[in-house]
Design a protein around this ligand. Structure first.
Ligand code: HEM
Length: 402
């Protein structure tokens, strides 16, 4: 599939901040995440990125202020906007009132109470996935634990067919790449995702989704006239795009952090209630969602930084999680740490699937804690090279049974 070049004009450099000619979307930079983003964002509260024409910031205070401020920072235009994107233009790309209507309609399916009926299926799948991995001893934590689990529970919950569901990961990968520029990383993943786009299109229609699941419930919003059928289909695809790679990466990113800080695994095994803290610390230390985009609607000052009307702004969650002004000893993974992080965003766009992501994470971590005494590195891991999703492509581990 070919992708046209973006036609949007590049805004003029901002006189209010230092400029950088660095490329935060080059493979070398991305391989060093989250450190590379943190270094950029610690050099100044905000930096004009010359190659792309946007403001980059990873100051916790600035990101925290801008994320919920939809009146002054719209989500309808973002840095590196691609007007030809195949990714569902709904919800994250909208402001009120359009956003409010659709968020309200979708939210009812993602409350902890609504999701609780899946808890037994999640626990059973997690125990089985970990038992299978443990039997093999040495596995890839991304493929054999995180992806194996998520590809079982989430498509089951939506009501997607079994055959071909692994293609969803290619779909999610391509979708996250659209948050960045149309570069080699983007092109490569879009070409690979051709079959995935076709699979998603075919298998998210009313007649192809199994009755009784989340997919049908979302499509029923269209059938019942709550929103248009076209928007209901977009919403289902947006949910699929947002909910797969993020959760796979999140589980693997926590395992990667335990490899680096094995003392924290012992702390967790001694007190499994800290699974909640582990999830929060993963969101801060190695957040699967790298960057959120906004565009300033007005001239304004945030935390002493001047933004101009029309400035596209990239809010680096990776860097906000390592901001020394907010976090003590920020490069240390500490599951007993307290304090709110920005890994799920903030404000009206705060991750809608967060209760589901937590449930999936809890199930896998609980199974690991019960069954596994030690997780050891079994070779070099490879980072996931994606414009906007952060974590591991491959993470070889040796599991030692409890
Ligand atoms: C660890 C896993 C996850 C992470 C780190 C994550 C991160 C985020 C972030 C940072 C945003 C805010 C976007 C913005 O401000 O523009 C967001 C929004 C969203 N997320 Fe997640 N997410 C995760 C899992 C999920 C799951 C499992 C689903 C659904 C199945 C989901 C669905 C959504 C949706 C629909 C939105 C848009 C909400 C809106 O615009 O109102 N996410 N997510």
């Amino acid at each position: 599939m070919s992708t046209p070049e973006t036609l949007l004009p590049t805004p003029t450099p901002s006189p209010h901040m230092p400029a950088s000619d660095g490329d935060p979307f080059s493979p070398g930079w991305i391989a060093r995440l989250p450190y590379a983003d943190a270094e950029l964002c610690q050099s100044a509260p905000a930096t004009w990125m010359e190659q792309y024409g946007f403001v980059a910031t990873g100051s916790h205070a600035i990101v925290r202020a801008i994320l919920p401020d939809w009146r002054r920072f719209t989500s309808t235009a973002k840095p590196c906007d691609d007007p030809f994107s195949l990714v569902p233009p709904i919800l994250v790309t909208e402001d009120p009132p359009e956003h409010t209507e659709v968020r309200k309609a979708l939210m009812q399916f993602f409350t902890p109470v609504a999701l609780s009926r899946n808890a037994d299926a999640f626990a059973a799948a997690a125990e089985a996935t970990v038992a299978k991995a443990l039997k093999r001893g040495t596995v890839d934590a991304v493929r054999d634990i995180a992806a194996a689990f998520v590809l079982k529970v989430f498509p089951d919950m939506i009501g997607l067919k079994d055959e071909g569901r692994e293609l969803i990961l290619d779909f999610g990968e391509a979708a996250f790449n659209t948050v960045g520029p149309i570069n080699e990383i983007f092109r490569e993943s879009f070409e690979r995702a051709g079959p995935a786009f076709a699979w998603i299109e075919e298998n998210t229609r009313y007649d192809t989704v199994r009755p009784g699941g989340l997919g049908r419930a979302i499509l029923d919003l269209g059938k019942d006239g709550v929103i248009s059928m076209e928007r209901a289909e977009l919403l289902l695809r947006a949910t699929i795009a947002a909910g797969f790679d993020t959760t796979v990466l999140g589980i693997a990113n926590a395992i990667g952090a335990f490899l680096r800080f094995p003392d924290q695994w012992d702390v967790l095994r001694a007190d499994p209630k800290l699974i909640r803290g582990t999830f929060e610390e993963m969101l801060r230390y190695d957040p699967p969602a790298r960057v959120q985009g906004r565009t300033a609607n007005v001239d304004c000052e945030i935390e002493g930084v001047q933004f101009r009307k029309g400035d596209p702004v990239a809010l680096f969650l990776t860097a906000a999680g390592r901001d020394p002004a907010r976090w003590e000893d920020a490069d240390r993974f500490d599951i007993r740490r307290t304090g709110a992080n920005l890994g799920f965003g903030a404000g009206i766009h705060l991750c809608l699937g967060q209760a589901l992501a937590r449930m999936e994470f809890d199930a896998v971590l609980a199974a690991l804690v019960r069954q596994v005494a030690r997780i050891e590195p079994a070779g070099e891991g490879r980072r996931f090279i994606n414009n906007a999703a952060v974590g591991w492509r491959e993470l070889p581990v040796r599991l030692v049974g409890a």
